[in-house]
Design a protein. Sequence first.
Length: 282
Amino acid sequence: MIRDLFTKKKKYATIPSEQAKQEVPEGLMTKCPQCKSIIYFKELKKTLLVCDHCEYHHRLSSTERIEMTLDEGSFQEFDKNMVAKDPLNFPDYKEKSALDRKNTGLNEAVVTGSGTISGMEVIIGVMDPRFRMGSMGSVVGEKMCRAIKIAADERKPFIMFAASGGARMQEGVFSLMQMAKTSTALNLLHEKGILFISIMTHPTTGGVSASFASLGDINLAEPKALIGFAGRRIIEQTIRQKLPDDFQTSEFLLDHGQLDQVVPRKNMKSTLTNILEIHQTS
């Protein structure tokens, strides 16, 4: 036994037990989808969910987006309790929608309301990619149109954050009608000379990119966001050409005149403040 005290013991690498793995609190760390770095979630929140290593902009919930954009305590939500019907009796649609409501705490894929940015009153809409991938169905379109009408009646700027996979297939033509419905509603703002700022985030695709998301008086986007209508593979097969590597990114659209500015998340609120101040009316 005395010899054991002076004998160097060999150390072997061990694989953590399942119990040890479970002791690590859920949500403590996350992996960046772009550079694969492991990041403490607490540190990631300090940078507004932007990777310190590669500047990848992680997706935000509607709640996180509103907290980062509006002045603290200023948000007042509209039409919170609106819930989608199942007009086509689409298989499992009701069940999947109910599961999304449970998992997200939301009733639909967009949150609308009023608030202030640096003390200036605005009407805002924020799509949430956690709910049916932010797809636009009848309720999303209706909530947007109601918010636009309030903006028109109260003569307040309207700001929309898009994050969507497009029109909601489970509602068929009812979802496609929302493209025309929201676009027509936005014309109210145009006729009254009221500012509409559209901000496209990752991803903004399909019927959303082909309707209201592209109709802003000022169109902004976060860096490297996927923005487009049809998928890359479909387009390449249709035109029989190889597309650029950066095709359908924010930077590509900016270079080709379809965006006014690509704005990093840390600068978004200050950029919106500057735009709103320039367009302030007495």
